[in-house]
Design a protein around this ligand. Structure first.
Ligand code: CA
Length: 231
């Protein structure tokens, strides 16, 4: 079955071009011309990806994006934002909206198709790894089924929280995770005043992972990232 892509955009020409090109690439498409129809379409069927314009007639694309991120069954759906130059990129990809990627209008269709494929590939790898039993990165071995972690031959004793933190970082490796996102996905709280907590636990996790702790990079002013390549 083809993957379904929901296009949320009100410019008819652009919708037509997106539909045509995505279908040419073998995707199924569905179109919503405003935010309300987008929410209805999402409620009906979870797409593999949402291509979302920021400027919609009835609401902001950011609102649609936030709705997706707050909906338990929808949360993991990748979102690619279409934005006019000058709009705030930090807000789009940051904690506020949590989009996966964006392209600036006017864009070339080939570029958009590349992004679509990259996001879908990444999201497939993530969902496979979410269900994987074991993983090895350098000297780091994680047995997801048994909740066990080794560095080389040495067993690492992690608290359930540290384990969860490591798992989230590893599965999303190569991508920066803000402290706010980590609080939401690891601690399950949404309090911006508690970001220091993340730092404290990260420090402990790093120390326990010994040489493998170097895989976790600090992204100044933002959060952390598990490196995709050997550091
Ligand atoms: Ca628009």
């Amino acid at each position: 079955m083809n993957e379904l892509i929901l296009i949320v955009e009100d410019e008819a020409d652009l919708v037509q071009s997106l539909e045509y090109n995505l279908q040419q690439q073998g995707y199924d498409t569905r179109v919503a011309l405003d935010g309300q129809s987008a929410l209805e379409a999402l409620d009906e069927k979870r797409p593999a990806l949402v291509v979302l314009d920021l400027m919609l007639p009835d609401m902001s694309g950011l609102e649609v994006c936030r709705w997706i991120r707050n909906e338990e069954t929808m949360r993991a759906t990748p979102v690619l934002i279409l934005t006019a130059r000058g709009e705030e990129i930090d807000r789009i990809t940051g904690f506020e909206a949590g989009a996966d990627d964006y392209v600036v209008k006017p864009f070339c269709v080939d570029e958009l198709m590349l992004r679509v494929r990259a996001i879908l590939r990444r999201s497939q790898v993530e969902s496979q790894e979410l269900h994987a039993d074991k993983m090895q990165i350098g000297d780091l071995f994680i047995d997801f089924a048994a909740h066990r972690v080794r560095v080389g031959e040495k067993e690492v004793e992690l608290t359930p929280l540290e384990y969860q933190l490591l798992k989230v970082l590893v599965i999303r490796r190569g991508r920066t995770q803000s402290r706010e996102v980590l609080l939401r996905d690891v601690w399950d709280i949404e309090a911006e005043v508690m970001t220091r907590t993340v730092d404290t636990h990260m420090q402990r996790l790093r120390a326990k992972l010994e040489q493998c702790g170097e895989w976790i990079a600090t992204v100044r002013g933002v959060g952390y990232r598990f490196e995709a390549e050997e550091p």
